[in-house]
Design a protein around this ligand. Structure first.
Ligand SMILES: O=C(O)CCC(=O)C(=O)O
Ligand SMILES: [Fe+2]
Length: 240
């Protein structure tokens, strides 16, 4: 169902990636496919709100999170913000996709079909041509939704045993404004920001693992939800 936009220029994208180990690929899919993926995610009611604690990730159905009493929300926020000031902290909504081929094929979800597409020969060859990464076995995937108050502080995506080589994020919100927050920031030395990726609709952000980055806090006045499909391209065989 999904196909790469045939007009993508591999040579130019390769040149961009070679400079900094990151690239933004505008119009990654043909527009109707990106719109259909967006529509399918907008309709889903099984979003989970995730918040990381000291040693585990807490999660709750997003609509239940929304219904928590103000006092509970405030207490949670205080704990989160205390950690976010100087440590690794996040909160956002997610819908996960299983890594296994069979589980992806057993559902008719658009999201699972997109994960299968990201793991296809067509995409892996395209990504190898741009990045030089030839050993990618598959892409994992989750949909993410950042609403006002959501954020993800500085981290570098390197997790022992996951064999991640590249991170990708496909933006699915049309008309996102940079002053709404939700910016993908690449951190440099001396607390500088070396690059900013605005989450444009149907634009794939692709970058090599190991670069410190964050997603800035989404403003209370953001005029939309920041919807994406995101994941990592990993070496090794995809589980059956
Ligand atoms: O959504 C984004 O732009 C980046 C997400 C990210 O860095 C992550 O999930 O590790
Ligand atoms: Fe990340």
């Amino acid at each position: 169902m999904f196909k790469l936009n045939p007009d993508l220029d591999e040579a130019i994208l390769r040149e961009h990636f070679a400079c900094e180990g990151r690239v933004q690929i505008a119009d990654f899919l043909e527009a109707p496919q990106a719109l259909a993926l967006r529509a399918s995610l907008s309709e889903r009611s099984d979003w989970r709100h995730v918040i990381n604690g000291e040693s585990q990730v807490f999660e709750i159905a997003a609509d239940r999170f929304d219904a928590l009493p103000d006092e509970t929300r405030k207490t949670l926020e205080q704990a989160m913000f205390a950690k976010a000031s100087h440590g690794f902290q996040f909160q956002f909504d997610t819908i996960r996709v299983p890594d296994e081929k069979s589980k992806r094929q057993a559902t008719s979800e658009h999201l699972a079909a997109f994960a299968t597409f990201m793991s296809s020969q067509e995409v892996l060859e395209f990504i190898a041509a741009i990045t030089g990464e030839k050993g990618i076995g598959f892409a994992d995937a989750q949909a993410t939704r950042y609403r006002p108050g959501d954020f993800l502080t500085r981290h570098d995506d390197a997790v022992a045993g996951k064999n991640r080589r590249l991170a990708y994020i496909l933006g699915l919100t049309p008309g996102w404004r940079p002053d709404w927050g939700g910016l993908l920031l690449f951190h440099g030395a001396g607390e500088n920001v070396t690059d900013i990726f605005v989450p444009h609709f149907n634009r794939l952000s692709l970058f090599a693992i190991g670069q410190p980055h964050s997603v800035s806090h989404v403003a209370p006045f953001a005029g939309a939800e920041r919807l994406s499909v995101t994941g990592w391209l990993r070496t090794g065989q995809q589980p059956d």
